[in-house]
Design a protein around this ligand. Structure first.
Ligand SMILES: [Mg+2]
Length: 216
């Protein structure tokens, strides 16, 4: 039986159609362009080539370039008005509240971003814990310790905690430590990958039934 749920935040608990995460990505590209004195297209290419070996762009900057200002980086990519495009999601709140097992959030973003998003969506109280990138000492998903430390802090059992994320490499990271996971694939980009997928978060209760019946 699935006894707990662990959620990614961005593009998982809200639709990528909001453009929110796209805005974050654009600000990261601007940051990289400034940092390396590149044009935006050059920065996009440079980041794509080099950051993919790391969990996050910040991790890449810190490890390869000795970057030491994570707070400045987060302030730049997560301005206070970043979540203005989100509205309260009562459908999601109802669905989460109907699923009678504990839920937590694991994000590679900082806490102020997580709180902003969950507050805007009106679902903050649906979660017993929010674990941000600082909790994981800035080494987040897909590092195995990031999942293991969060499961332990939340008191969740690895084999019975379903993890939901929109990025294949983070889903793979959880599967690799032996946990059940689902990929949120809103645009059907990853049909060739060996993960159970869902298109919207509103399918979660159905997916949960499937996981639970497979245990019987
Ligand atoms: Mg995400």
């Amino acid at each position: 039986m699935i006894s707990a749920l662990l959620f990614d935040l961005d593009n998982t608990l809200y639709s990528e159609a909001t453009g929110l995460e796209n805005g974050v990505s654009q600000r990261i590209n601007h940051f990289i362009a400034d940092f390396f004195r590149l044009s935006i297209p050059e920065a996009i290419r440079f980041r794509r080539e080099h950051a993919k070996a790391y969990g996050t762009t910040l991790e890449w900057l810190m490890r390869d370039y000795g970057f030491q200002e994570p707070e400045k980086y987060f302030r730049t990519i997560h301005p206070e008005d970043e979540a203005d495009c989100l509205n309260p999601d009562m459908v999601l709140k109802l669905m989460l509240n109907k699923i009678p097992i504990p839920k937590a959030v694991l994000t590679n973003a900082p806490m102020e971003h997580a709180i902003r998003i969950l507050d805007k969506l009106g679902i903050m109280e649906c979660f017993s814990g929010i674990y941000d990138i600082w909790f994981n000492n800035l080494i987040g998903k897909p590092n195995s310790d990031s999942y293991i430390n969060v499961l332990e802090a939340a008191g969740f059992d690895r084999e019975q905690t379903l993890f939901i994320d929109d990025l294949p490499k983070y889903v793979k990271g959880y599967v690799d430590i032996g946990g059940p996971a689902v990929l949120k694939d809103e645009m059907d980009r990853f049909a060739d990958l060996p993960f159970r997928r869902l298109k919207t978060i509103y399918e979660l209760d159905k997916v949960l039934d499937e996981f639970n019946s497979s245990y019987m």
